[in-house]
Design a protein around this ligand. Structure first.
Ligand code: ADP
Length: 744
């Protein structure tokens, strides 16, 4: 890409507090820019490097960003820079950029860094005029770069920025917090201790609230929503004590570092500890998580999200004209968004101002709907026991069961459903071991404490299997539902849950017992279900794959080796493609595309070329059902033979580790949202003649329902996957990140 026959030059920098995910973003900026024919410079150490110039502004090649995808922090360095706050520092910075012909910047940082960048951009023409007057640059140089083009990406673990649903770093920070809180939970339970855990977030309670939900904490204090009463200390202590009385062994209180009371007085973790010790005489410990939250390898989501937004940022900046306004590139649901940068910064500051002015309702409203909804759900879930039912309340007998393979997050969903159901005055029955258990009558009543500590537990405590009911099972199923007077059925699982629900729905005319609300909650690691863009368990499986592939890659440092990694997914390539993007795989084989002999031949040729040019490692990710003949061992054999002396080949079939492990924070949070919505549906009035049969899912990031009756028409003929899969649009991105060859 050129202007006046000069290649366009882009500068990229990371600034302010570092956050995991900055490396994948820089990698994506560099590779997209090179791919589009632009030159790209990394400005090391943020604005400090821009002001210092020489040695800090370095041209990047395809391989300069190799091997950084899985690294935490930022390889190109970040710094705070006082000089850049002064015009003189910015004058120096402009001079250095002009010397490199850079007039396009991708800035990855928090609101401070983006504000600074915008000031710099506004001053740019004046700065250049001054440099011309001082004889430091020529008038021609100034004329060639009349404006500074600017695009912002938000690097911040706090998730505190308008214009994006997720900032670069927030998901990984939640991983770190949840790892810590899970560990603390275990020791707290052993000694019946109370832990007060302080997490980051000066103006934003996102990390505190989401980690409290995901860890099943007992109390949370966030800046946006201070405790309502002036005697909140007593309420908190009453709740903690009531929990002890009904047998809870661990108590966890999460405090955001910016938590305050209604009058703006800070609530510190030390103060919370003092209150608990004084009022309920409990052994209480404080843990301030601090910089651990910024550390570690970026999560799977972080890696693909950063790669997506950074690619969009480069496209935006290369398309910018003299009249373009600077944009912030963010993400909403799974879609990249763009919004005027300065409006986003202004709105972000507004929330902080509202909190300062103690207008908490307005601050909470600006945080958006799902934040407030999550806060309400959290408050119900942490009750020590259900509320007393109101006289006018309908009291139902609701049954919960799983069906399909295990998916991390199933227990989370059950915990939420049981507690919300009991809180509404319903009787909750657990059906164990899926449809088999239903047929056999393996049904028992659940209590509030039956699900204690299930929030972060992997596996499926209620048991699950892939047995799908057959027509001859239906009379027995109907008899069980009638005998237990079941008024509604919640099915949490994958395709067999959907198929089972569909069968019961279809047979309503023959079996009146099936004419009850049937709600399906999608839970499968494969993410292959219609009616939702995401199913519970998929994020955990993806993280598990990514961690394993990182290790596999490390194992090959000393040899020239090609790995073929087989991942799960049934008929759906979600796990393969997303893990391919998140680990930098050369090639991903998807069941949606299949594989031919010609493909394999081309891949072998590419790999041979790559290894001849010095490549040390090849990574191919194959979804388990790509092709029944070209199996993983077959593909390895072809590569081994054709690779000759250039490289050797190893296969890694990841297998059932992908279904195990404790659910990731995202899986826990979404399981909470979906189960909350599912339980609301049982309470909504419906016509007696046609009880609802619905799938609760996420569509464009929002809770949505789909009729079970419509599932077949949303499904691809003959295979278990939806007709529309949003993530398939990321295939070109995966290719672009992997397949560029360095010019010789
Ligand atoms: P973050 O980007 O994480 O919010 P800071 O607020 O510390 O972090 O900002 C990082 C750097 O951005 C500062 O050290 C400074 O160099 C620059 N910066 C921040 N605010 C401004 C401003 N108003 N004017 C000029 N530069 C600024």
């Amino acid at each position: 890409m050129t202007t006046n026959n000069q290649p366009i030059s882009i500068g990229v920098l990371t600034s302010g507090g570092d956050s995991p995910g900055m490396n994948p973003a820089v990698r994506s900026v560099v590779r997209t820019a090179l791919n589009m024919g632009a030159r790209v410079f990394a400005i090391y150490e943020g604005y400090k490097g821009m002001v210092a110039g020489k040695g800090f502004i370095k041209p990047m090649t395809w391989s300069s960003v190799g091997g950084i995808l899985q690294q935490g922090g930022t390889e190109i360095g970040s710094a705070r820079c006082e000089e850049f706050r002064e015009r003189n520092g910015r004058l120096q910075a402009a001079h250095n950029l002009i010397n490199h012909d850079i007039d396009r910047l991708v800035v990855i940082g928090g609101d401070g860094s983006l504000t600074g960048a915008n000031i710099f951009r506004q001053e740019w023409p004046g700065l250049l005029a001054e440099l011309v007057a001082q004889g430091k640059i020529s008038q021609v140089q100034a004329n060639t770069h009349p404006v500074l083009h600017l695009v912002g990406l938000v690097g911040s673990i706090d998730n505190d920025m308008f214009g994006t649903d997720m900032t670069i770093g927030a998901d990984t920070a939640l991983h770190r917090i949840i790892e810590a809180v899970d560990a603390i939970n275990a020791t707290a339970a052993s000694h019946q201790r109370t832990f007060v855990i302080e997490v980051m977030g000066r103006h934003c309670g996102y990390l505190a609230l989401m980690s409290a939900v995901a860890a099943g904490a007992n109390w949370v204090l966030i800046p946006e929503s201070p405790p309502e009463s002036d005697d909140w200390e007593q309420k908190m202590c009453d709740t903690l004590r009531a929990g002890r009385l009904i047998g809870r062994r661990n108590s966890i209180v999460i405090v955001a570092e910016g938590a305050q009371d209604r009058h703006g007085k800070a609530i510190t973790s030390g103060y919370v500890k003092k209150v608990i010790e004084e009022r309920i005489h409990e052994d209480t410990r404080v843990t301030i998580l601090g910089h651990v939250q910024r550390g570690g390898s970026p999560s799977a989501f972080e890696r693909y999200m950063s790669t997506m937004v950074a690619q969009a940022a480069v496209k935006e900046i290369l398309a910018a004209t003299v009249d373009s306004e600077p944009q912030l590139i963010g993400i909403q649901d799974h879609t990249v968004t763009r919004a005027p940068l300065m409006a986003c910064v202004a709105q972000t500051h507004q929330v902080a101002d509202l909190i300062k002015a103690q207008d908490y309702e307005a601050a909470m409203a600006l945080r958006g709907g799902s934040f407030a909804e999550t806060y309400r759900t959290f408050r119900t879930l942490t009750r020590a026991q259900p509320r007393k039912p109101q006289p006018e309340q309908r009291q139902l007998r609701l049954a919960i069961m799983h069906s399909g393979g295990p998916a991390p997050g199933m227990n989370t969903a059950v915990r939420v459903a049981v507690r919300l159901g009991l809180d509404k005055g319903h009787t909750i029955l657990a059906i164990r071991n899926g449809f088999r258990g239903l047929i056999e009558g393996n049904i028992s009543e659940m209590e509030w404490m039956s699900v204690t500590n299930w929030m972060g537990r992997g596996g499926a405590e209620l048991g699950t299997n892939r047995y799908c009911p057959k027509p001859q099972d239906l009379p027995k199923i109907a008899a069980r539902l009638t005998a237990h007077q079941i008024d509604g059925l919640l099915l949490i699982g994958g395709w067999t849950a959907y198929n089972g629900a569909h069968l019961l729905f279809k047979e309503r005319a023959s079996y009146p017992a099936f004419n009850i609300p049937i709600i399906c909650l999608p839970a499968t690691i494969n993410n292959n279900l219609p009616g939702t863009e995401y199913s519970i368990g998929a994020d955990t499986a993806l993280n598990s794959i990514v961690e394993d592939v990182d290790k596999i890659k490390q194992s090959a440092v000393a040899s020239q080796r090609c790995f073929v990694v087989e991942v799960m997914g049934h008929d759906c390539g979600y796990l393969a493609l997303m893990s391919g993007i998140a680990t930098g795989a050369e090639r991903v084989y998807l069941p949606e595309e299949g594989v031919t002999l010609a493909d394999l031949e081309a891949d072998v040729t590419n790999l041979r070329e790559g290894f001849k040019q010095g490549k040390r490692l090849g990574l191919l990710i194959r979804s388990e059902r790509v092709d029944p003949y070209y199996t993983t061992p077959f593909m390895c054999a072809v590569l081994e033979k054709e690779g000759g002396d250039l490289f050797d080949v190893r296969q890694a079939i990841l297998g059932h580790v992908q279904q195990g492990g404790n659910p990731s924070p995202y899986d826990r949070i979404q399981a909470t949202r979906l189960a909350t919505r599912a339980m609301q549906l049982f309470d909504e009035p419906h016509r007696e003649k046609a009880a609802p049969a619905l799938v609760v899912g996420l569509q464009r990031g929002q809770l949505a329902t789909t009729n079970v009756a419509d599932v077949p028409s949303l499904t691809e003929q003959g295979v278990e996957r939806p007709l529309n899969q949003w993530w398939l649009s990321l295939r070109p991105l995966a290719r672009m990140m992997a397949q560029y060859q360095e010019p010789v």
